[in-house]
Design a protein around this ligand. Structure first.
Ligand SMILES: [Zn+2]
Length: 246
């Protein structure tokens, strides 16, 4: 085998000779270029083409993004490699990351990074909606409240105070009644307490707990007091809110 960088014949060494440790494999090496490729076990059959440090790093990154497709059972291994062939326009023999050049690695890394970005966000979003919200309306009201407070939607907001407040207040389903009390400056508590006067006792308990999530010093409603007046759905909301806030 010749080195693809300087085209001189590569040396064939055992892993023990090259690395000083026996990995049960052999290695083709070009010492001047630092290029190498391992073999299948102790055979002479290379795992791919020789690569320098940069290319080895890129191949590792490509594997890191590609392998979870089949390792995490999102699809079978065969299906994953079929997609790889189609995406990269390669034959069965060519579709091995160990044979990729720098440009191919970069293309694959870009495609898979995009894929994982959207895929993971979708997964979290769906999971959060499923496990955390009573209904689509609860989610909608939570996001409307966050919007008035100048925050991003629930899935993206980092501030745990606003996040937990909006989540609990949204569950009360009284956005139209409380929207005047919310602004970019925060929550107008006097006005909110006044508005709350017209709410049922469980709605009041929820709002008071929401305020406490926002600022622990502002209200002193205890957990038993809140839970006492709530049905199981809203009790779950409170439990989730505690998870968000504390
Ligand atoms: Zn070389």
């Amino acid at each position: 085998m010749n080195c693809p960088y300087c085209h001189r014949p590569a040396q064939f060494l055992t892993s023990l000779d090259y690395y000083g440790r026996d990995f049960g494999t052999n290695v083709y090496v070009c010492i001047p270029c630092g290029a190498s490729v391992g073999t299948h076990r102790r055979s002479k059959r290379p795992l791919g083409t020789m690569a320098n440090a940069e290319l080895r790093g890129l191949r590792k990154q490509a594997h890191y993004l590609f392998d979870p497709l089949w390792r995490n059972k999102l699809m079978g291994r065969k299906a994953a490699y079929k997609i790889l062939r189609k995406m990269m326009g390669l034959s069965k023999e060519q579709a091995h990351i160990g044979m990729f050049n720098k440009g191919q690695c970069l293309v694959l890394i870009e495609i898979l990074s995009k894929y994982w970005n959207t895929h993971q966000i979708q997964q979290t979003t769906q999971k959060e909606i499923r496990t955390m919200f009573k209904s689509e309306n609860h989610k909608k009201q939570t996001d409307l409240i966050l919007d008035l407070l100048g925050e991003k939607p629930f899935d993206q907001v980092d501030d745990t105070f606003y996040r937990s407040f909006a989540y609990v207040a949204g569950a009360v389903n009284k956005f139209n009644e409380i929207k005047e009390t919310l602004s970019l400056d925060g929550i107008d508590l006097d006005q909110l307490y006044e508005e709350m006067g017209r709410f049922s006792s469980s709605e009041k308990a929820m709002i008071r707990f929401a305020i406490q999530c926002f600022n622990g010093r502002l209200d002193d409603i205890t957990l038993p007091q809140v839970m006492h007046s709530l049905d199981s759905e809203n009790s779950n909301v409170i439990k989730e809110a505690i998870g968000i806030r504390y």
